[in-house]
Design a protein around this ligand. Structure first.
Ligand SMILES: C[S@@+](CC[C@H](N)C(=O)[O-])C[C@H]1O[C@@H](n2cnc3c(N)ncnc32)[C@H](O)[C@@H]1O
Length: 340
């Protein structure tokens, strides 16, 4: 059975019952039902015996999951015990990522989005904003910086995987990388572990240095993980590196700034130097997963929050003078380009 996309009307019914839908999902995850369904097909009768659940009640819970598009049902007789179910592939992992103990959505909930809730019209008219005390962009206080970089580090999984996949061809024997806007250095520690010949400096606002120092101490990478303090909006990027990376940095800024940063990297790199760009390049799937920030940042004018298509970056790289522009596949694509 192929799933048909839901009409706006049907989707709105699900949204209106979102709290209940999350209860269904969490319950199914905690009981172990999602795992059983993903290993399916499995009959309702078997599930009810295995998990000690009443079949008539379980049928309704499975209807909830089916309405969300999470399971397929094959019902061949009038007996609900014979109905056969199968989860869509990846359902269990997705549920862990969204409702599990370290879920990214739990982390996002700590941001003061409630200030906007019910007051979006005033926010859109500019009468209400998130204050700098509640959330400044870039983060300002030590607590804001630590909280934000922790959120970023929590979402690095697919990016680490993308870099890991392509590491052998990205980093020849000895290589110096500048990770521009490199957070608290978490990504750098993973790259250093994978590639012995690599050294990485994180370039970030000076106030982030204590976090990178902590990451260095924790990771044991010593001087292979450096820090260069600076503000890329007001200073040129430092020179002396074989490669530079912008990871989830350029989307925070308007197009003009993104172009300028790519041009700055071009000037700072040596001939044959490599620039890497990794972003949540815009797809309907990623836009949906970005929903929290799209909403919350309505009240934060200093952060542009632009998920852009890959083509924006490939043409910006060409325009800046880069060549050998490649889009390397992965859970997040990695754009690699070279200075001639
Ligand atoms: C969205 S975070 C991405 C962090 C990290 N690259 C990652 O993907 O986890 C953007 C990063 O850019 C840094 N940043 C923001 N404005 C900056 C500026 N003007 N100069 C240097 N770094 C800046 C922030 O401190 C933050 O670490």
């Amino acid at each position: 059975m192929t799933a048909t996309p839901l009409s706006p009307r049907a989707l709105m019914s699900l949204l209106a019952n979102g709290v209940k839908a999350m209860d269904v999902l969490e319950t199914a995850l905690d009981l172990g039902l999602l795992d059983a369904l993903e290993r399916g097909p499995v009959r309702l009768g078997q599930l009810s015996v295995r998990f000690d659940l009443r079949p008539d009640r379980l049928y309704k819970l499975l209807d909830c999951l089916e309405s969300l598009g999470f399971v397929h049902r094959d019902e061949r007789t009038d007996d609900i015990n014979d109905a056969e179910y199968r989860a869509v592939p990846g359902l269990q992992d997705a549920a862990v990522a969204v409702v599990g103990p370290d879920a990214i959505e739990r982390d996002r909930d700590k941001y003061p989005w409630r200030h906007l809730h019910g007051r979006l019209a005033d926010t859109l008219r500019g009468r209400l904003s998130i204050t700098e005390d509640d959330f400044a962009w870039p983060p300002k206080t030590a607590a804001q910086i630590a909280g934000f970089e922790q959120s970023m580090a929590a979402g690095l999984g697919p990016i680490i995987e993308a870099f890991r996949t392509h590491a052998p061809r990205l980093w020849p024997d000895r290589h110096r990388l500048l990770d521009v806007g490199g957070g608290d250095g978490t990504l750098a520690t993973h790259l250093l572990t994978d590639t012995p010949g690599l050294t990485i400096d994180v370039y970030n606002l000076p106030a982030v240095q204590p976090l990178v120092d902590e990451t260095r101490a924790r990771s044991g990478h010593g001087p292979r993980l450096g820090f260069v303090g600076g503000d890329f909006l007001t200073e040129p990027l430092p020179t002396g590196y074989d490669a530079m990376a912008f990871v989830r940095v350029l989307h925070d800024w308007p197009a003009g700034t993104a172009h300028r940063l790519i041009e700055q990297a071009y000037h700072a790199l040596p001939a044959r130097g490599r620039l890497l760009i990794c972003e949540e390049f815009r797809t309907s799937e990623r836009l949906a997963m970005q929903f929290f920030w799209s909403y919350f940042l309505i009240g934060v004018d200093s952060c542009a929050s632009r998920l852009r298509e890959i083509t924006f970056y490939t043409s910006a790289l060409r325009r800046a003078g880069f060549h050998e522009i490649e889009v390397l596949p992965g859970p997040f694509e990695l754009i690699s380009a070279r200075k001639p």
